[in-house]
Design a protein around this ligand. Sequence first.
Ligand code: CP
Length: 313
Amino acid sequence: MQQYIDLEDIDNVDALIEKAIKLKENPFQFKEVGKNKTIGLLFFNSSLRTRLSTQKAAQNLGMEVMTMNLNSDSWGLEFEDGSVMDAGTAEHIKEAAAVISQYVDIIALRAFPTLTDKTKDEEEQVIKSFQKYASVPILNMESATAHPLQALTDAITISENKQKERPKVVLTWAPHPKALPHAVPNSFAKMMQMIDVDFVITHPEGYELNPEITGNTPIIYDQNKALKDADFVYAKNWSSYKDYGQIKSTDKSWMVTLEKIQQAKFMHCLPVRRNMIVADEVLDSNQSLVIQQANNRTYAAQAILKEILENHL
Ligand code: CP
């Protein structure tokens, strides 16, 4: 693996899931792989799980870790080519990416979308610019349109918990007071098409994700019908893709409850708004996998970092 920008960078997803589960059994087995290597974790946006789990993953492999909150701790970065930098930005990505590449062996990035300019968000300017001007591999820690570390984590968690060869997995939209990105549902939908599951998406009309990503996945507007016989229910809010970034519904009847999911396991990437996305009774029950999911973030990141370290550096 040369980089981990999106799920297309995975050669064999089933093998990668197996490797991550093995790493979880013995996390310090490959402590030499990252010796004398450094990862730079660069955040344009907030994080709890991604920051700590990626740091832990790197440390488990013997790497050094440098972390920077680029919006608050560094110079304002300019991404436009040929721009006259007479306003708020003080340093161009051309210099910044080249300089950072001299300090670290892998650059990991988190950069959320604007949710106001679909074209610009889909260009993935931050990730693409670092790819262009950095001389080291890039790791996506959630970009405008994708969260591939989360999706790998989710696939690992389903693999660990499935009771049948081909479980039914339902991605359900749930209400949220703020407009949220599409990165998590996009990557989850893509991942579910890569592994052997019976995958269904449910959301109110008007919340269709990018059809190029959902492909042939069945979309059922009746949540109860979609959830019938589910083995795993993955809840997530996202804003409208068609009416880009808008909140079209805050219908609380879409909140996930125990009555709705029956015996199914509950999944969410976290952070989650209790009694908005999902009822306390679900999160506090033994059907909830959210803590296990968050733990698996470490081993997903560790499996990816190990591939990059062994095959590229
Ligand atoms: N799931 C996830 O990416 O969590 P953080 O935003 O806290 O990193």
